[in-house]
Write a protein that binds this ligand. Structure first.
Ligand code: PMP
Length: 467
């Protein structure tokens, strides 16, 4: 089929997504590990992995072989019957989670997982209100759209009521950046002493000097959360949802102790804490298998999708036996959730992460990428911030470092197009679309990073020269 035909069909019949990132769209045809090829045979280094979805590599041979084996055996059976693939997979996945997170419900997507988590939290607590961060994305179904707080992803319809959006503790763009203590290998230019030791960071919109040992920004953001509780009926909080590092929000990281303190407060109100690991799970943050572990917390529920299946549609909710009990009042049924094929794929993804040392690679290559990117940040006025952990990375683009005004959409598109034309695919996110996102298949190498850095450097210097 010609490109023109595909574009015509996309316009007329294929409205899953109206836009593409690019003026000149990419027509993807084939993938292998961290590489994609377009229909003309041009190769791209894929640093976006279909939005942090391809975890161990496109068409990874081990996962492909496991899929083929299962395809010949059994694709589908209803979970009324007991089949080994589901039980073997649940046993294996449970072994990756700390106690008491041991009860698993399989779904087909992240939205489905989050919607189920909302229902379970409300049933378990008897409360209704759910708190999420402004700028977060938790799904596009009608219920989860209530959780999502990113205007470009919301429609003017009645979504789930009882979703309250608290201020995102974003130490770069938020009003309080005084204590720049994110859990990231890269910190920036200005000094800050807080409970976590001394960090340095870029000039701030609001300069706050921390007394030694106190993280003022964290304190202010926690106060905002407490004020958010006060907007709900007393003790009506069912849950607090948070990504350990935001994805669509632009790799936003919170001050180090934020989640720990937030979890404590939420539990005091009678609510439960839910970690949305749809993007951060399965070793992507490098230091840990789950993003929440980097915050030294144990949630009451974890939702996952994307990387769980390396691109195959799978999602899951994992919770405690106590919460699971509240969920047996009626029958919950999901035709495809936990089907044998999905379980075989997801099981081989877990094996591959272990056998290929994928998480360790995420840590080493991601840390290298971020530290090298920090040099480009120091070189260019338009790179305001570099942040993240492992291979969940953001580069926030600004008009200039003094004002921190977001780089306008046309400029972001110009750079993105240039990077793509030179053979690298990266993502975009953030409330103003101002953050480039790097979330590649976790098999990328240091050589790939060097290639990307050269490409990105050229694109930014080209943009800066043209300006
Ligand atoms: N949660 C997060 C953090 C996500 O990034 C996404 C998808 N971008 C979802 C939930 C929804 O997942 P899905 O598209 O599979 O429904």
């Amino acid at each position: 089929m010609s490109k023109e035909q595909m574009m015509e069909i996309r316009k007329q019949n294929c409205m899953t997504m109206k836009i593409t990132y690019y003026k000149k769209p990419v027509f993807i045809h084939q993938g292998y590990m961290q590489w994609l090829w377009d229909v003309d045979g041009k190769r791209y280094l894929d640093l976006f992995a279909g939005v942090a979805t391809v975890s161990v590599g496109h068409c990874h041979p081990k996962v492909t072989a496991a899929t083929q084996r299962q395809l010949k055996k059994l694709w589908h059976t209803t979970n009324i019957y007991i089949h080994p693939e589901l039980h073997e997979y649940c046993d294996k996945l449970a072994s990756y989670l700390p106690d008491p997170l041991k009860v698993i419900y399989l779904t087909n997507s992240g939205s489905e997982a989050n919607e189920l988590a909302m229902l379970m939290a409300r049933l378990h607590t008897g409360n209704f209100d759910i708190i999420t961060f402004r700028g977060s994305y938790h799904g596009g179904s009608q219920q989860t759209m209530g959780l999502t707080a990113k205007s470009s992803c919301k429609f003017p319809i009645a979504t789930s009521s009882g979703c309250i959006h608290t201020m995102c503790p974003d130490v770069f763009r938020g009003p309080w950046g005084g204590s720049y203590c994110r859990d990231s290998p890269v910190q920036t230019i200005r000094e800050c002493s807080c409970a976590q030791g001394t960090h340095t960071h870029a000039p701030l919109k609001t300069v706050v000097s921390d007394p030694p040992g106190v993280c003022i920004a964290n304190k202010h953001y926690i106060e905002q959360l407490e004020e958010t509780f006060a907007t709900s009926a007393p003790s009506q909080i069912a849950a607090f949802f948070g990504e350990p590092i935001q994805g669509m929000g632009g790799a936003v990281q919170y001050p180090k102790n934020y989640l720990k303190e937030a979890y404590k407060l939420v539990r005091q109100t009678g609510g439960i804490c839910i970690a949305d690991e749809v993007q951060t799970g399965f070793g992507r943050t490098g230091s840990h298998f789950w993003g929440f572990q980097g915050h030294d917390v144990i949630p009451d529920m974890v939702t996952m999708a994307k990387g769980i299946g390396n691109g195959f549609p799978v999602g899951a909710v994992v919770t405690t036996p106590e919460i699971a009990v509240s969920f047996v009042k009626a029958s919950h049924f999901n035709t495809f959730g936990g089907n044998p094929l999905a379980c075989a794929v997801a099981s081989s993804v877990l094996d591959t992460i272990r056998e290929d040392s994928t998480q360790q690679n995420s840590l080493h290559v991601g840390t290298y990428l971020m530290t090298q990117m920090a040099k480009l940040r120091d070189k260019y006025e338009v790179i305001g911030d570099v942040r993240g952990k492992g291979l969940q990375i953001g580069m926030e683009m600004v008009k200039d470092k003094g004002s921190r005004e977001p780089l306008p959409p046309e400029a972001m598109s110009e750079i993105l197009e240039d990077v793509k034309d030179t053979g690298v695919l990266i993502g975009k996110g953030g409330v103003h679309g101002q953050t480039f996102r790097i979330q590649p298949p976790m098999c990328i190498t240091r050589e790939d990073v060097d290639f990307f850095l050269a490409v990105f450097n050229k694109a930014i210097s080209g943009y800066t020269d043209r300006k």
